[in-house]
Design a binder for this molecule. Structure first.
Ligand code: HEC
Ligand code: HEC
Ligand code: HEC
Ligand code: HEC
Length: 469
């Protein structure tokens, strides 16, 4: 209670100082004015020097590193009262759980304070250039989003997802974090939060540096409209890709599973379910480049596919990924996509189609499609099927006609489902299809589309059903 009264008191004092002691703008004296404000008013609540301290011994967040922490436009909006409170339950929630209204200054004062921070409150621990925002890939940001949830960040920091604020409002809001933080400060903070906010309820995640970078990448795109993601396949490494070097990499790293000539018959293959893809059957120049890059660089699991397809980025580097992709493209053009004698699954495209797919759990089998089978729904499903489903469109494997003969499908044992086959499809309940799309079919090339919202999965199911003859 004491501190809360102290904050209220200092607020009065603060307003008094702003209105009373400096009634007129001092032309040319902006620097002096900022200094006076900081040293007389802001210090009523904030500290500008000293060692990091527990939140439970402070009145307001420490500003020793204010010159390194914020993006200038955000800081100015904050100081002029144009930003929502950061601590929805109050900074000192142990004393009072209502958000505080921050004292405000004029635009000119705010700008002068931002300059003052720049000159006086740089944090020497923050390495300028440690984190490069222009290199954040779409994959990295979405992986970072998953890591954000997997490492419990959502438990204490809210974010915005699909237009809704989600998460526990205990600590600073991370909504629109990409407009607030300086990326280098955020990265340094992430390396060890206790260097900034010890004994405050903060959390040190067990994350590798690439994971930390992904989480920071995710935060730096929050609230940034039309963020320009980096596309690694436009990098210089791809400009100088070499098929010859790629051929060597294929022998050294890929042939152990995919076979020396890409037939999917390397020494490890006999023990693997699903089987390594048969590269000779894939026309690689048709595979979307983002998907191909991601599945090789980040591995099968990252794309909802078998975790036995390793992530190669660390082992062979960006140049290696570029080289092996160049090799795949000139070497494998795909074959006639019919009658792959596939043990375990039968040839692709036949009807009725042999099927060993795992049965969905009972609670899923009981589900029926909640959406009407209207033209609008079916069309929405069609667009997802042919083009937009992430990480890759269904048609790549199931074919444009849905007959299971897409160009990547020919590489898979067992082959993709033939949706045109009424005889096989009529026995499959909606809930079965729903479950397989969400979770994938374990031990087969059917990946999990866990990131698709339920509605979109139901749209897809209406479309798939419309294909059965
Ligand atoms: C009456 C106490 C008080 C005064 C005076 C005050 N602040 Fe604050 N300030 C707070 C509190 C409390 C917060 C936490 C904001 C929240 O709860 O949303 C805060 C937050 C901030 C933040 C964001 C901190 C973060 O989490 O990164 C900045 C920047 C800031 N204040 C700058 C200033 C400046 C500059 C002044 C002087 C012009 C000032 N404050 C005066 C109480 C105060
Ligand atoms: C158990 C609760 C908890 C969890 C889990 C947690 N944090 Fe925090 N976090 C805090 C607290 C408490 C602070 C200190 C805030 C303060 O005192 O101003 C903090 C501070 C931060 C800050 C600095 C906020 C600011 O503006 O000063 C960032 C950024 C942050 N956390 C990110 C994360 C990320 C990313 C994760 C997941 C890896 C995470 N946090 C997990 C409680 C948590
Ligand atoms: C340890 C075994 C293993 C090694 C080594 C391996 N892969 Fe794979 N790869 C797999 C498996 C298993 C699959 C099938 C994944 C699935 O269908 O879920 C696969 C699938 C693929 C696919 C097709 C992805 C798809 O969506 O169908 C490509 C492309 C690929 N691998 C490229 C490579 C390249 C390039 C290398 C060498 C740099 C390599 N793989 C090394 C096991 C391996
Ligand atoms: C990388 C190739 C690939 C992609 C991409 C793919 N599938 Fe599949 N799909 C398969 C394979 C292989 C099977 C056969 C699995 C089996 O035999 O259990 C399959 C089977 C299925 C089944 C049959 C389930 C059952 O119980 O029989 C459904 C439904 C399905 N896929 C829907 C989709 C949808 C919808 C998409 C796009 C969002 C999609 N698939 C994308 C390869 C793929």
């Amino acid at each position: 209670m004491k501190t809360s009264r102290a904050i209220a008191l200092s607020l009065v004092l603060f307003v008094g100082i702003v209105l009373g002691l400096f009634p007129k703008p001092l032309f040319g004296g902006d620097q002096q004015r900022a200094k006076d404000l900081v040293q007389n008013a802001c210090v009523q609540c904030h500290r500008f020097e000293g060692q990091p301290e527990s939140r439970f011994n402070l009145k307001a967040p420490d500003l020793m590193w204010a010159g390194s922490k914020y993006q200038r436009p955000w800081l100015i909006r904050w100081l002029t009262g144009k930003e929502a409170p950061l601590y929805a339950k109050g900074y000192r929630w142990d004393l009072d759980q209502t958000p505080t209204k921050h004292p405000t200054v004029t635009q000119a004062e705010a700008e002068a304070i931002a300059d003052y921070f720049d000159q006086h409150n740089k944090d020497p621990r923050v390495k300028v250039g440690a984190f490069d925002v222009s290199k954040i890939t779409k994959f990295e940001a979405s992986f970072g989003g998953m890591a954000y949830k997997a490492h419990a960040c959502l438990g204490c920091h809210v974010i915005e997802e699909n237009g809704k604020i989600i998460g526990g409002p205990q600590s600073a809001s991370l909504v629109a974090a990409g407009q607030r933080y300086n990326q280098d400060w955020l990265f340094r903070f992430g390396q060890n939060p206790q260097d900034f906010t010890p004994h405050s309820g903060e959390f040190l995640a067990d994350a590798t540096e690439p994971q930390l970078r992904a989480v920071i990448g995710f935060l730096m795109v929050q609230g940034v409209k039309d963020f320009a993601y980096y596309e690694p396949w436009t990098s210089p490494e791809f400009g100088m890709a070499s098929v010859d070097r790629g051929k060597v990499i294929y022998k050294e790293y890929c042939s152990q599973c995919h076979g020396a000539t890409g037939k999917g018959d390397g020494p490890a293959a006999s023990g693997l379910e699903p089987k390594p893809a048969i590269h000779t059957n894939i026309p690689f120049d048709k595979v979307p480049i983002d998907y191909l890059y991601n599945v090789i660089n980040h591995g099968g699991a990252a794309m909802g596919k078998s975790p036995n397809m390793p992530y190669w980025g660390l082992t062979i580097g960006q140049q290696g990924v570029a080289d092996v992709m160049a090799y795949l493209k000139v070497t494998f053009k795909g074959g006639p996509q019919v009658a792959q004698a596939a043990p375990g699954g039968g040839p692709s495209g036949v009807c009725p189609q042999p099927r060993k797919t795992v049965k969905a759990p009972e609670e899923f089998l009981a589900k029926t499609n909640p959406l009407p089978a209207s033209a609008g729904t079916i069309n929405a499903g069609k667009t997802l099927f042919l083009q937009t489903a992430q990480p890759v469109a269904c048609a790549m494997c199931h074919g444009n006609e849905g007959n299971g003969q897409g160009f990547m499908g020919a590489a898979l044992i067992p082959p993709p489902r033939n949706f045109t086959c009424g005889k096989t499809m009529k026995d499959l309940p909606d809930g079965q299809l729903f479950w397989i799309i969400k979770n994938g079919s374990p031990g087969t090339g059917m990946m999990s589309f866990a990131g698709l919202p339920d509605d979109q999965v139901w749209q897809l199911i209406h479309y798939i059903r419309s294909l059965a003859k």
